[in-house]
Write a protein that binds this ligand. Structure first.
Ligand code: SAH
Ligand code: F3S
Length: 483
């Protein structure tokens, strides 16, 4: 190879020079959007790539493979991804030789269309096909179409040890179920992530103990619908009926898994997300109450406080049943933090329905929430059957009323901590100042306090002396005996 040729390849990031050998540069950059599951999946992808000799780069400039793990949940999420693809296009002018791959829900939703719509995209991979990425990269190298969007009955990536990306070394996600069978009429997830299946408990326990041995102090068990976890030896949840009697007898449900993880790992905090009201059982609440190391926090999306709307959304519970569940939580797990997801302006929503939502919020007084204006998603039952008839202006106004109400309730909840001493796991330096730590209480409320002699990853008791609606401020008084 002439010096000139080598220079040109180097400039294009195509080779590295190692001893006397030229090796193709394998540097991947992965960007993730959307839910926690996507961030966890990117860690699986990083692991698959590293087995292929790739290093994972934090810097887009160093990469010759750019992957973007995408979200389809609302139109805006998709627009964000499209903008990033525009940006990658602009990069191509200066640094011509890199491959762009689209992963995740948008890949699943748009399939081959992506290659036509976005010329910058070389590779399209759905959430169940990440093990095929090495083969697909070969296809790209050979100028062939590289698309795999097959959804699987049993893929859980249980056999892959994720490579932790952007980690603080303290908290990590461990996925336990994939897909969702609930078919809420507004939601694209069942189409993009397929049917529900659970991961082998052994591989979950192994992953957790590996994290513990590396010094992690908190793990979050992840799934679209964790309470519906069901291990009977593999296979789809919906095929459980066909399992044999031994499989049925020895099946493991979420409360069993949670209990196993908590018992085996008494020195770390366990969280889980997301819970679905219809699937959350009293048994899960009892396990939460029994183990100190299971955090007293439940993310319990409700979407609407109106029975008419809940029905049209195909949520499998009524407002009254939801309230009953909230009462059980308050009884069995006192001082439990509760958060919600809420949608404003679902088709046909009246002012009365909206009022029902605000009233439900008044009843629960959530610690915090994630609130959205309805966004019609192509292919969903709502998009096909119910006209998106609430004007944007009305959706936005109702949304701001919901947000305002939540701010009041959040402030009410954070005020309850004033003067109290709470156990906090130190997770990172505060964004506000280099001299402050940031961590969370068991209820998932953020706490900020001066660093003093305390260290990352320690459990400390913090006396709370002031708050905003989103954050508690205080002073650490000692290393905690709690968790
Ligand atoms: N069970 C999932 C829910 C994923 S979607 C989980 O693990 O969290 C997250 C939230 O996005 C939903 O709870 C819902 O409030 C909101 N959402 C979903 N589809 C939406 C749509 N079409 N328009 C507006 N918000 C939506
Ligand atoms: Fe979506 Fe409903 Fe499942 S919101 S992820 S279909 S529980």
């Amino acid at each position: 190879m002439s010096v000139k040729e080598l220079k040109s390849l180097k400039n294009n990031n195509k080779v590295i020079f190692e001893g006397k050998k030229y090796k193709p540069l394998k540097n991947a950059y992965i960007e993730s959007y959307g839910c926690q599951m996507n961030f966890a999946d990117s860690e699986v992808v990083a692991s698959i790539l590293s087995k292929e000799g790739y290093s994972i780069s934090k810097n887009i400039e160093d990469a010759n493979l750019i992957l973007i793990n995408t979200c389809s949940i609302r139109e805006k999420a998709e627009q964000t991804v499209r903008k990033r693809l525009e940006y990658f296009k602009s990069k191509k002018k200066y640094h011509s030789d890199f491959t762009v791959g689209v992963l995740g829900c948008m890949a699943e939703r748009l399939k081959h269309k992506f290659l036509e719509e976005e010329k910058i995209v070389d590779l399209v991979v759905g959430p169940d096909s990440y093990k095929d990425i090495p083969n697909l990269l070969e296809e790209v190298a050979n100028n062939r179409e590289a698309v795999n969007v097959l959804l699987s009955k049993d893929e859980t990536y249980g056999d892959i040890a994720p490579i932790r990306l952007n980690t603080n070394g303290v908290t990590a996600f461990v996925s336990i179920t994939r897909g969702c069978d609930n078919m809420c009429t507004f939601c694209v997830v069942p189409f993009t992530r397929g049917r529900e299946r659970s991961r082998d408990p052994k591989s979950i326990l192994n992953e957790v103990s590996d994290l513990v041995s590396k010094g992690y102090k908190e793990i979050t068990l992840l799934g679209q619908n964790v309470d519906s976890y069901l291990w009977y030896g593999g296979g789809l949840k919906k095929d459980f009926d066909k399992a044999n009697s031994l499989q049925k007898k020895t099946a493991l449900r979420f409360e069993n898994l949670l209990s196993l993880v908590a018992k085996e790992n008494p020195k770390i905090r366990i969280r889980f997300s997301t819970s679905n009201p219809q699937d959350m059982s009293i048994e899960v609440l009892k396990v939460m109450a029994k183990f100190d190391n299971i955090c007293k926090y439940i993310h319990l999306p409700v979407q609407s406080g109106s029975n008419a709307i809940l029905k049209k959304m195909n949520r499998q519970h009524t407002r009254e049943e939801y309230i009953q569940l909230i009462n059980s939580i308050r009884d069995i797990v006192p001082n439990c933090g509760i958060s919600h997801d809420m949608i404003s302006g679902f088709p046909t929503e009246t002012e009365k329905d909206h009022k029902d939502t605000l009233e439900l919020m008044d009843y629960v007084k959530y610690d915090f929430g994630f609130m959205f204006a309805y966004s019609e998603r192509p292919g969903t039952l709502a998009a096909r059957k119910i006209k998106d008839n609430i004007p944007e202006k009305v959706k936005k106004r109702r949304l701001s009323e919901i947000i305002l109400k939540q701010q009041e309730h959040s402030l009410f909840r954070t005020n309850e901590f004033l003067g109290k001493t709470v156990c906090v796991l130190i997770e990172k330096t505060s964004k506000r100042s280099q001299d402050f730590w940031s961590g969370r209480t068991t209820q998932n409320t953020v706490v900020v306090f001066p660093k003093e002699e305390f260290k990352l990853g320690e459990f400390v008791d913090v006396k709370i002396n002031s708050c905003t609606s989103a954050t508690l401020q205080g002073k650490a008084v000692r290393i905690s005996n709690h968790i």
